[in-house]
Design a protein around this ligand. Structure first.
Ligand SMILES: [Zn+2]
Length: 228
């Protein structure tokens, strides 16, 4: 075969891969990565946006806690500044899992107690407190219940706060107000992940459902009905 035929074939293959990647990124942005801007979302709940991920703040009476910590100190510091909040007032932090886009700002909170689900792998485990399924932590008037939801990662845990707000990390995304599973492609155990979503679907009286990469909804029953 002439060299220019080979070159043409190689160029076509590289071109096709490039186009496929662009299409995939566009698809992902449309269907998965839609985050809330840094703002107050509903009563007691604030989001910080760090590119493609949200972390959350829950504030009630004079107590402030966070759920997940995005990708970096810089991003979370900037978000807290924007919301006129001081990192030193965050007494407890609840991590859904330890992927880099959920733990990035840990160094910003040297004095806060940090919790995550038992089984989750993290650097400096001595610094953290590990929670079992259904463990309850009370901080002032705030009640946090850990619900074990393995699948995306071992030890992945979602948090039910004050029996009505559910923070789900990377278990699900919300697409057009409907709950979908978070990407199978990057799940450690997809079968477990599906079981975890069905477990979440059994919860009742949820008034807010928050995901790390796929937005939030205040209409839990409608969003999750396909998983009942
Ligand atoms: Zn994530």
């Amino acid at each position: 075969m002439e060299w220019y035929y080979i070159l043409a074939i190689v160029a076509a293959i590289i071109g096709s891969i490039g186009v496929a990647i662009i299409v995939l990124i566009k698809y992902m942005s449309k269907h998965y990565w839609h985050t809330s801007p840094t703002s107050k979302l509903i009563e007691n709940v604030y989001a910080i946006k760090d590119k493609y991920v949200n972390c959350f703040i829950y504030q009630k009476d004079s107590t402030t806690i966070m759920i997940d910590l995005a990708t970096s100190v810089k991003a979370v510091k900037k978000g807290l500044d924007q919301l006129n909040m001081n990192p030193e007032t965050i007494s407890r932090i609840f991590l859904t899992h330890s992927d880099m886009d959920h733990v990035g700002a840990i160094p910003l909170f040297p004095k806060s107690e940090i919790y995550l689900g038992i089984g989750a792998k993290i650097k400096n485990p001595d610094r953290h407190k590990f929670l079992n399924d259904n463990d309850i932590i009370e901080i002032g008037s705030i009640k946090v219940q850990a619900i074990s939801t393995p699948g995306h990662r071992m030890g992945h845990t979602v948090y039910l706060i004050d029996e009505k707000y559910l923070f789900t990390g990377d278990t699900i995304v919300i697409v057009d107000q409907i709950v979908k599973s978070f990407l199978k492609l990057i799940s450690s155990n997809y079968e477990e992940q599906l079981e975890s979503i069905k477990k979440i679907a059994k919860l009742q009286n949820i008034e807010g459902l928050f995901t790390a990469h796929g937005g939030y909804t205040t209409n839990f029953e409608e969003a999750i009905k396909e998983w009942k």
